[in-house]
Structure formats: structure tokens, C-alpha cells
Design a protein around this ligand. Sequence first.
Ligand SMILES: Nc1ncnc2c1ncn2[C@@H]1O[C@H](COP(=O)(O)OP(=O)(O)OP(=O)(O)O)[C@@H](O)[C@H]1O
Ligand SMILES: [Mg+2]
Length: 315
Amino acid sequence: MNSGRRGDATDSTDTSGPVVVSIGGGKGGVGKTVVTANLAVALSAEGRRVVAVDADLEGANLHTLLGSPPPPYGLADFVAHREDDIGKLMIETPIPGLRLIAGTHSNLGAAQPSQNRRVQLMRSLRELDSDFVLIDLGAGTHASALDYFLVAHVGIVVLAPEPTSVENAYGFLRAAFYRRLRLSMLGHRVRKVVTEAMDQRNQRGIRTPFDLLREVEALDPEDGARFVSTVRDFRPRLIVNGVRSADDVKLGFSVCSVCRKHFGFDPEYLGYVNHDEAVRLSVSARQPVLDFQSGSDASIYLQRIARKLAETHAL
Ligand SMILES: Nc1ncnc2c1ncn2[C@@H]1O[C@H](COP(=O)(O)OP(=O)(O)OP(=O)(O)O)[C@@H](O)[C@H]1O
Ligand SMILES: [Mg+2]
């Protein structure tokens, strides 16, 4: 994650264009799309211009949660080189101030973009005339999800309070962290060592990022220094969704402390969202829960998180 005025920058020259927020987390069905849609709605209700982007090409459904009809075109057209101007793929939504770049109208066999196309996409999104761009990454830890997560100003991991989701969230954070480290190392040999370390059973006996740092420093002290600053700048955010108890709320703090202890980076716990029947009903009604039941618990917590985002990334 890469921010200028936006908090924890690694790229201090980046002072214009929208704040790009990516929402992922590895596990399917934990609420990534619900969170993306409703944060987008909450930010636009605060007067921000927002573009929501559905990068979940295999299961695109952000449009449904925003109450838009099946879109005529979307990101898949950019990925397949049918349209190069990302701005032309934007559609209006029923929500004032909120536009959408939908995923695809045909979910079957959607291809992931090449690395070049991913770079072009992120560049184009950063040039959109908007205050915020929110990207729903979908499930999984494929290269596109990791790259969109890493180049965003704010990368949010959504997890649910259940072991499988927590496991996948760690998997996602770990994969993103190592990818970020590898990309920031300049030396060819150092990069190779980082790649080897990504395999937890590697022959070199590197088990933790601290072991890895020792190896990197031994090979190249300058890459060692880059390693340290990359770890310091890696600041993923966490949202626990579907909370039913005080222990569920605490989960966010435990994940942060495990990351600090085992990886050395320090995520920020952005907040939690209660488990709330209103969310399920709002999805059935094809409406964001913020519009469907603005006074519901889930709406109130989602608004709180959106406000935090808007305040931290004031324009
Ligand atoms: N806070 C909540 N309270 C109650 N139900 C919820 C909550 N958040 C999500 N849900 C339910 O979980 C379902 C899945 O949510 P959502 O589609 O956002 O998950 P996802 O992480 O985007 O899934 P996928 O990985 O398949 O894209 C919703 O349709 C809704 O019924
Ligand atoms: Mg989804």
C-alpha cells in the first residue's frame, strides 16, 4: 500500500487523484462485496465522489448490491482489450455521487488480466476524476488481487469470525507481504531468496521474516535497509464482519498482534460490523443496507468505518 497525503506513504509524490481503496481477504463469502458497496454508499452520502470497481471477474455481483441492473459492459472489456478507456466503462448507479465499473456481464471463463494490463488499469483508476475509488477484489490470493491490494493507498482485509476465514486472512496478508517485499528488493539474488522464503518449508530454513532479513542483510545491506522500510510501510487495514460477541470484536486486535509478532508489520484495525439480518434482507432486496435500513446496526458500523476512512484520507 502506497500513500502520500493519505497516511502511510511510500510514494510521497502521489498527491493528486482519488484515494484508491482495495477490499480483499482471501476467503469467499465473508462480506467483501457488502463492505465495498456500503462503504461506497456511505462515502458518497458524505458528499464524496466515489467510483466502485468490481475486480471480482469470476463472481462479479457488486452491481447487484448497489441496485444496478445487469451492466452492459465492465472491467472484463478492459481486460480483454475491447475498451482501453476505463472512463467509458463507468455507469451511473441509483446512488447520487456513486458510479460503478462493473465486473462483467458474463461470468464464465473470465480471464485474469496480464501484469501489463493490471499496471495500466491501476494507472487509469488513479487518473479518474473522483475522490475515492473502491475496488472489490473478490476471493483468493491470485496475483491480480495481491497487486491491486498492494498498489492501493488503503488495502482492507475483510475477515469473518470463524477459523477458516482467519486462516485465509493470514494467508492473504502473508502472500501480499512477501510479494511486496520481493517487489521492493533490487538485487537479483536477494529477490531469489525472498521467493524461496515464500515456501514455508524452504531448504534454507527461513521460517520468519526476521530470518529472511538476516539473509537479505548478509547478501546486500542496502536491500536490507529497503526490507526494513518496506515492512514499516506495509500497513494493511482489517475489518471483522459478521460480529456476534465481544470475543469476535477482539479478533481484529489479535490478528494485528499476531502480524506484529510473526511478520513484524503492524496492521490497523479499522473496525467491525455486527452480524445483522438486515444485511441478508438488503442483499435479497438488491439494495445497499445503508439505504435498505439506515438505522440498522450494520449500517451504523459501516458508516463509522467510512467516516474514519474519509477523515484519515481527507482531501
Ligand atoms: N454483517 C453481516 N450480517 C449478516 N449477514 C451478512 C453480513 N455481511 C454479509 N452477510 C451475508 O453474507 C453474504 C455474502 O456476502 P458478500 O457477497 O459480501 O461476501 P463476499 O466476501 O463478497 O463473497 P465472495 O468472495 O463470494 O465475493 C451476503 O449475501 C449476506 O447475506
Ligand atoms: Mg463478493
